[in-house]
Design a protein around this ligand. Structure first.
Ligand SMILES: [Mg+2]
Length: 254
């Protein structure tokens, strides 16, 4: 398969936590922020998202068009995001607890790794950020000088309609003998491919009440637990690590 290489699996882990980045670990979606403030704007973005949810267009082509509407040098985009994107209020504590308890936390994102790394460094500190695992798309600078005055997204899975098919980071774990319990957290259309492969799926409800992923799961009959932030994620992951089944946790949190 063409595209960016898939990292090694955490084969010995008993639990693996995979999470969307934008709007799940962060308070708002950084790509939406770029499009709304520097690109073609929120109205068209929301209309395009609906087309993906209804199957009229695919995420890959919609997202590239959104990014291409942002005609600002890439380094400036990084600065804008560093200034405006904040962490979910419970994430730092959640991440620290997972690290102390040997649970890999893997960020799987349809955004671009260099922007995620830039924001992570600001929010988690340079050293912590450097140890965090990020599976995302990349960026290429398309200006002749290679400075990023113009740029384009490089998809991890260019042949997939998702651009980055997040299910490919989760499905391989399912065939490991005595496989780990799999958690996934997400909020939006970029998470549709991964949603049905976790043992315990967390769907984030945004402060404005927007629940794209939860709405999709309800329509498709995919079990999930709605969360406002990672404080609840930490509490429920602790319950599973303590011995509860993921089915029990899902049933108790409807
Ligand atoms: Mg998201």
């Amino acid at each position: 398969m063409s595209g960016l290489p898939q990292p090694e699996l955490h084969k010995g882990a008993k639990f693996v936590f995979l999470s969307d980045w934008d709007g799940t670990i962060t308070d708002q979606d950084s790509n939406d922020y770029l499009v709304d403030t520097l690109g073609f704007g929120a109205e068209q973005r929301k209309a395009d998202n609906v087309k993906v949810l209804t199957g009229e267009s695919n995420f890959r082509d919609m997202f590239r068009a959104m990014m291409q509407s942002v005609k600002v040098p890439y380094e400036e985009c990084k600065d804008v995001l560093r200034e405006n994107i904040e962490l979910d209020p419970g994430f730092h504590e959640f991440y620290t607890w997972c690290k102390e308890n040997g649970i890999p936390v893997i960020i799987v994102s349809s955004g671009m790794a260099p922007t995620i790394r830039a924001v992570l460094e600001k929010l988690m500190g340079v050293e912590e950020a450097s140890q965090m695992e990020v599976i995302a798309n990349d960026v290429e600078y398309t200006d002749p000088e290679g400075k990023g005055t113009t740029w384009d997204i490089v998809y991890r899975h260019p042949e997939s309609g998702f651009g980055h098919d997040k299910s490919q980071s989760i499905i391989p774990y399912r065939s490991i003998p005595s496989r780990p319990t799999l958690f996934f957290a997400g909020d939006g259309v970029s998470d549709l491919s991964a949603a049905r492969h976790a043992d315990l799926l967390f769907t984030k409800v945004k402060p404005d009440g927007n629940t794209e992923l939860a709405a999709f799961c309800e329509r498709e009959g995919i079990p999930h637990v709605k969360i406002r932030d990672f404080r609840k994620v930490l509490a429920l992951v602790k319950e599973v690590v303590g011995g509860k089944t993921t089915d029990q946790v899902i049933a108790e949190n409807q």
